[in-house]
Design a protein around this ligand. Structure first.
Ligand SMILES: *[C@@H]1O[C@H](CO)[C@@H](O)[C@H](O)[C@H]1NC(C)=O
Ligand SMILES: *[C@@H]1O[C@H](CO)[C@@H](O)[C@H](O)[C@H]1NC(C)=O
Ligand SMILES: *[C@@H]1O[C@H](CO)[C@@H](O)[C@H](O)[C@H]1NC(C)=O
Ligand SMILES: *[C@@H]1O[C@H](CO)[C@@H](O)[C@H](O)[C@H]1NC(C)=O
Ligand SMILES: *[C@@H]1O[C@H](CO)[C@@H](O)[C@H](O)[C@H]1NC(C)=O
Ligand SMILES: *[C@@H]1O[C@H](CO)[C@@H](O)[C@H](O)[C@H]1NC(C)=O
Ligand SMILES: *[C@@H]1O[C@H](CO)[C@@H](O)[C@H](O)[C@H]1NC(C)=O
Ligand SMILES: *[C@@H]1O[C@H](CO)[C@@H](O)[C@H](O)[C@H]1NC(C)=O
Ligand SMILES: *[C@@H]1O[C@H](CO)[C@@H](O)[C@H](O)[C@H]1NC(C)=O
Ligand SMILES: *[C@@H]1O[C@H](CO)[C@@H](O)[C@H](O)[C@H]1NC(C)=O
Ligand SMILES: *[C@@H]1O[C@H](CO)[C@@H](O)[C@H](O)[C@H]1NC(C)=O
Ligand SMILES: *[C@@H]1O[C@H](CO)[C@@H](O)[C@H](O)[C@H]1NC(C)=O
Length: 761
C-alpha cells in the first residue's frame, strides 16, 4: 500500500514538472511521514466516532491531503489541521504527534471537550503556526509558557465559555504577547487575566502594533479604560464586555478610523457618550448597554453613516432622539430599552428601510407612533411603557412584522383591523391603553400565525370579537378589564388546539358552562382566568394536566368545592382563586397539591373545620367566611413560608395558637373581626412583619413587648379587645401609617391619652 502511494506521488511530481501543471490541483501528494503522524494522532486522541465528521473518515485508502480537516502545501506537508467540533475528549498531551507537524500553519481544535484538562507544553514547537484556535475546547488552567514561542501567530483564539476557566497569571499577559508582534486577532474571552490595574491596555497597545480584533469579554480586567488602545490605528473590532472599568469611555477612541465594532456592555462605564465615536465613518455596531450610570444625549448622526446596530439599553442615556437617526440608511437593530428618552419618536425613523429590530420600551417617549411604512423588514417593534398617544398606525405592508408591543401607553382610537392582515404577525400586546370601540363582525384575517393577543385594560365594548375564533394557532388570549359584553359559551374556546392561557376576567360577560360536556380546553392549557364572569357552574377541568393557575373569583359558584380541583395539573396546581363566590364547604376527602403557592377562598360561606394548607403556600386568604371554629393548634407550623395570611371576619373562636410564632416569614397577619380570646402570642420571630391587625376580638392580657422591636412594622391595629397593661415603648410608633389601641379599657401609656398611674401597674 505504502509503495503504491509513493510511486503515485512520484508520478504526480513528474507529470507536474513535465506539463507545468500546478501540483495543488492534483491529489496523491501526501508525504509518508505526514500520514504516519496524522494516523498516530487519530490513534492517540479519544473521540466519539458517531459524532466525528472528519477524523472518523481518515483511512489508508485515501490520500491524507484529502482527509477531512487536512490541508497540505504543494510539497505534501500538512499545513492546516481543522479538528474543530470533532467530539474529542482526551488523549492530547505534550507528546502528541501534532507537535511534530513542523510545517503546520493553521491548527483548530475549537469546540471539543477535553474534560477540564490542562493545556500541554508543546505548542512552542509549532513555530510556523499563524492561526491557532483552541476556543471552547474545555481546557482549563494556566496557559503554558511556550505559547510565546509561536512568533508567527496572526490569529490566536483561546476563548471559552464562562464555566471553564483558562488562566493567564504566570506567564502573564505581557509575557505571553510581547513577542507575538504579528498578531492581528486576539480572542481571550472568559480567560482569567491577572494584570495590575489598567496596565493590560498599555501591554496590548505596545506589543501588538498590527492588532485588528481584540476580544477580551469577561476577563476580570479592571479600569480605568485608558486611551492607549487608540494608538492601534488598525483596530477595527473591540469586544470588552463584562469587565469592570468604572470609568469614562476615552474620547480618543474616536480617532480609530477603522473601528467597526465597539462593544463595552456591562462595564460600569460612567460619564457621557463620547460624541466622536459616533462620527467614525466605518462604525457598524456600538453596544454600551447595561452601563447603568452612563449618561448623555445621543449625538447627531453623520449623513449616510454605516451604523447597523445601536445598543444602549439599561443606561441613563436620554433626552430627545435626534432626527438625524433617520440618516442611517443601514440601521437594522436599535435597542434603547430602559433608558431616559423623552419627547417624540422622530418622524425621520420612518425612513429606516433596513430596520429589523426596534426596542424603545421603558422610556418616557410622548407623541404619536410613526407609520414605519418604508420599514419592510421590521420584525420586532417594542414601545412598551412610554407615554405615547394618538392612534395605532395601520402598519400596512410590514409583511415581516412578528412582534408588536405597544402596551402601557396612552394610545386611543379603535383596534387597527389592518393589523390582522399582516402575514407574519405572531405576538400582539396592546394592554393598558385607552383603546376603545366595538369590533366589526366580518373582519378579514390573514394573520394566521397570531399566537398571543393581549387587549387587556382598555375600553373595548361589544361582544368578544368574532375574528378571534378564526385564529388557528392562538395560544394566549387576554381580554380582561374591558367592557366586552354578551353571553359566551365556554365551549367555543375548545377549538384552540394550542391554547395556553385564557383571561376574560372583569368584563361584562356572562359565561355559560355546559356541565354535560367533555373536557373542553386544549391539553396545553396552563392559565385560566374567568373572574367576574357571572358563571354559575364550574367548568370541567378534570383532564387539564398542565393547568397551574385558576382564577374563578367573583362568580356565582356555590355548594362544595369539588375535590378533583386539587388534582388539576397532575397535582402541580400553583394558584387557585375561588374568592367571592358562595362555596359552603370543601368536598372530602381532599389533599391540597403540595406546590400550591396562592390559595384565596375569601368571601365565601365556608363553614366548619379550617382547612390546613400545604406548606409552601405564601398567600393564604380565608377571610370573610363562616367557619365558626377555632384555629387548629399546629396551624402556625405549616405557615413557615407564608407572607400573607388573613382570616379576618370569619367567625373564629378560641385562642390564637402558640404555633403562630413559627410563621416567621409573615408580612401581613389579619385575624381581625372574630371572637378570639386569650393572649396575643409572641410573634417576635416574624422579623418581616409589616402589618398586624387583631382588632375587634376578645383578646386579653398584655401586648407582647417584642412588637416594639419589629423594624418593618408600620400598620398595627389592636383596637377593641380586652388588652391590659402598658403599651410597649421605645418603638417607632410615630412613623406608622396606621396605629390603633382604642377600645381596650385597661390599656395605658402613649400614644393613648390615658397614662399608667402607679396604682394600676
Ligand atoms: C475510507 O474513506 C472513504 C471516504 O471517507 C470511504 O469511502 C471508504 O469506505 C473508507 N475505507 C475504509 C477501509 O474505511
Ligand atoms: C458541531 O457539530 C454539530 C453536529 O455534529 C452541530 O449541530 C453543531 O452546530 C456544531 N457546533 C459548532 C460550534 O460548529
Ligand atoms: C500522552 O498520550 C499518549 C497517547 O494517548 C500516551 O501513550 C502517553 O503516555 C501520554 N504521555 C504522557 C506524558 O502523559
Ligand atoms: C475558532 O473556531 C470556531 C469553530 O470553528 C469558530 O467559530 C471561531 O470563529 C474561530 N475563531 C476565529 C478567531 O477564527
Ligand atoms: C494597517 O493595515 C494596513 C493595511 O492592511 C497596513 O498597510 C498597515 O501597515 C497597518 N498599520 C499598522 C500600524 O499596523
Ligand atoms: C462603578 O463605578 C463607580 C464610579 O464611576 C464606582 O463608584 C462604583 O463603585 C463602581 N461599581 C462597581 C460595582 O464597581
Ligand atoms: C407619563 O406621563 C405621566 C404624566 O405626565 C407621568 O406621571 C408618568 O410617569 C409618565 N409615564 C412614563 C412611563 O413616562
Ligand atoms: C378525560 O379524558 C379521557 C381520555 O382522554 C376521557 O375518556 C374522559 O372522558 C375525560 N374525562 C372528563 C371528565 O372529561
Ligand atoms: C382573587 O380574586 C379577587 C377578586 O377577583 C381579587 O380581589 C384578589 O386580589 C384575588 N386574589 C389574589 C391572591 O390574586
Ligand atoms: C415550632 O416548630 C418547631 C419545629 O418544627 C417545633 O418543634 C415547635 O414545637 C413549634 N412551636 C410551636 C409553638 O408549635
Ligand atoms: C383572659 O381571659 C381568660 C378567659 O377567657 C381568663 O381565663 C384569663 O385569666 C384572662 N387572662 C388575663 C391575663 O386576664
Ligand atoms: C429589642 O431590641 C433591643 C435592642 O436590639 C434589645 O436590647 C431588646 O432585648 C429587644 N427586646 C425584645 C423584647 O426582644
Amino acid at each position: 500500500m505504502r509503495i503504491q502511494i509513493s510511486s503515485w506521488l512520484l508520478l504526480v511530481c513528474f507529470c507536474s514538472s513535465f506539463f507545468g501543471l500546478h501540483p495543488i490541483l492534483v491529489s496523491g501528494r501526501c508525504l509518508d511521514n505526514q500520514k504516519v503522524l496524522l494516523l498516530a494522532l487519530k490513534n492517540e486522541v479519544q473521540f466519539d466516532s458517531s459524532l466525528s465528521t472528519k477524523l472518523v473518515g481518515w483511512n489508508q485508502s485515501v490520500d491524507c491531503c484529502d482527509w477531512g480537516g487536512v490541508a497540505c502545501d504543494k510539497t505534501g506537508h500538512v499545513i492546516g489541521l481543522d479538528l474543530s467540533n470533532e467530539s474529542i475528549s482526551g488523549g492530547f498531551n505534550g507528546s502528541s504527534s501534532v507537535f511534530s507537524l513542523g510545517f503546520l500553519k493553521s491548527f483548530n481544535l475549537a469546540y471539543n471537550s477535553f474534560n477540564s484538562a490542562q493545556l500541554p507544553l508543546g505548542f512552542g514547537k509549532l513555530t510556523q503556526v499563524s492561526y491557532l484556535n483552541l476556543s471552547n475546547a474545555n481546557f482549563v488552567g494556566q496557559i503554558p509558557g511556550d505559547f510565546s514561542s509561536m512568533k508567527r501567530l496572526v490569529t490566536l483564539d483561546l476563548s471559552s465559555s464562562p464555566y471553564y476557566t483558562l488562566v493567564l497569571e504566570n506567564p502573564d499577559l505581557k509575557m505571553l504577547i510581547q513577542n507575538l508582534k504579528e498578531v492581528r486577532e486576539l480572542h481571550l474571552d472568559n480567560m482569567k487575566i491577572s494584570t495590575h490595574g489598567y496596565h493590560w491596555s498599555g501591554v496590548i497597545s505596545s506589543s501588538l502594533p498590527n492588532l485588528q480584533v481584540l476580544s477580551l469579554k469577561s476577563c476580570g480586567l479592571s479600569g480605568p479604560l485608558d486611551s492607549s488602545l487608540s494608538m492601534l490605528k488598525n483596530l477595527s473590532v473591540i469586544l470588552l464586555d463584562e469587565n469592570t472599568f468604572s470609568s469614562d469611555i476615552p474620547e480618543s477612541f474616536g480617532s480609530l478610523q477603522n473601528l467597526r465594532v465597539l462593544s463595552l456592555r456591562a462595564c460600569n462605564l460612567s460619564g457621557s457618550l463620547p460624541k466622536k465615536i459616533f462620527q467614525i465613518p466605518t462604525l457598524k455596531t456600538i453596544d454600551l448597554s447595561s452601563n447603568v450610570i452612563l449618561k448623555g444625549p445621543l449625538p447627531e448622526f453623520p449623513e449616510n453613516g454605516a451604523l447597523e446596530n445601536l445598543l444602549l439599553s439599561y443606561t441613563e442615556v436620554g433626552g430627545k432622539l435626534p432626527d438625524s437617526i433617520g440618516n442611517l440608511p443601514l440601521l437594522s437593530r436599535i435597542e434603547l430599552r430602559g433608558c431616559k428618552f423623552t419627547g417624540p419618536i422622530p418622524d425621520s425613523m420612518k425612513d429606516l428601510t433596513h430596520i429589523v429590530y426596534l426596542d424603545l420600551s421603558s422610556n418616557h417617549l410622548t407623541g404619536s407612533i410613526p407609520s414605519f411604512r418604508l420599514s419592510k423588514n421590521l420584525a420586532y417593534l417594542n414601545f412598551y411603557l412610554n407615554n405615547l398617544t394618538g392612534g395605532i398606525p395601520s402598519f400596512q405592508g410590514l409583511n415581516s412584522l412578528q412582534f408588536l408591543d405597544l402596551s402601557y401607553n396612552s394610545l386611543n382610537g379603535d383596534f387597527p383591523e389592518s393589523l390582522l392582515a399582516l402575514p407574519s404577525l405572531e405576538y400582539v400586546y396592546l394592554s393598558n391603553n385607552r383603546l376603545s370601540g366595538q369590533f366589526r363582525k366580518d373582519i378579514d384575517v390573514s394573520s394566521y400565525k397570531l399566537r398571543i393577543l393581549d387587549l387587556s385594560s382598555n375600553k373595548f365594548v361589544g361582544p368578544i370579537p368574532g375574528f378571534i375564533f378564526k385564529l388557528p394557532v392562538l395560544s394566549t388570549l387576554t381580554l380582561s378589564e374591558n367592557n366586552f359584553n354578551g353571553v359566551v359559551d365556554l365551549e367555543m374556546f375548545g377549538k384552540f388546539k394550542e391554547l395556553y392561557a385564557l383571561d376574560l376576567s372583569y368584563n361584562d360577560l356572562t359565561i355559560k358552562v355546559n356541565i354535560g360536556s367533555k373536557s373542553s380546553f386544549s391539553s396545553e392549557l396552563n392559565t385560566l382566568k374567568l373572574a367576574s364572569c357571572k358563571m354559575q357552574e364550574l367548568p370541567n377541568l378534570k383532564n387539564q394536566s398542565r393547568l397551574m393557575m385558576i382564577d374563578l373569583s367573583d362568580n356565582e359558584l356555590r355548594g362544595e368545592i369539588p375535590n378533583w380541583i386539587w388534582e388539576v395539573g397532575n397535582g402541580y396546581l400553583r394558584f387557585l382563586n375561588l374568592s367571592s363566590n358562595k362555596f359552603s364547604s370543601l368536598q372530602k376527602p381532599y389533599t391540597f397539591p403540595f406546590l400550591l403557592d396562592v390559595l384565596d377562598l375569601h368571601s365565601n360561606v365556608l363553614e366548619g373545620d379550617i382547612p390546613i394548607p400545604p406548606r409552601r403556600v405564601y398567600h393564604l386568604d380565608y377571610s370573610n367566611n363562616n367557619f365558626g371554629s377555632s384555629i387548629p393548634v399546629n396551624f402556625g407550623n405549616v405557615l413557615t413560608s407564608t407572607l400573607f395570611f388573613s382570616m379576618s371576619n370569619s367567625k373564629l373562636v378560641g385562642v390564637i395558637p402558640q404555633s403562630i410564632r413559627n410563621a416567621t416569614s409573615l408580612r401581613v397577619l389579619d385575624l381581625s373581626h372574630n371572637t378570639l380570646t386569650g393572649p396575643i402570642p409572641s410573634i417576635g420571630n416574624s422579623k418581616d412583619l409589616q402589618s398586624l391587625d387583631l382588632s375587634v376580638n376578645k383578646l386579653n392580657g398584655s401586648i407582647p413587648v417584642e412588637l416594639a422591636n419589629l423594624s418593618l412594622l408600620s400598620f398595627l391595629n389592636l383596637s377593641y379587645n380586652h388588652l391590659s397593661g402598658k403599651i410597649p415603648q421605645g418603638s417607632r410608633f410615630q412613623t406608622f401609617t396606621e396605629l390603633s389601641f382604642k377600645g381596650n379599657k385597661e390599656l395605658c401609656g402613649p400614644p393613648l391619652k390615658k397614662s399608667c398611674d402607679k396604682k394600676r401597674i
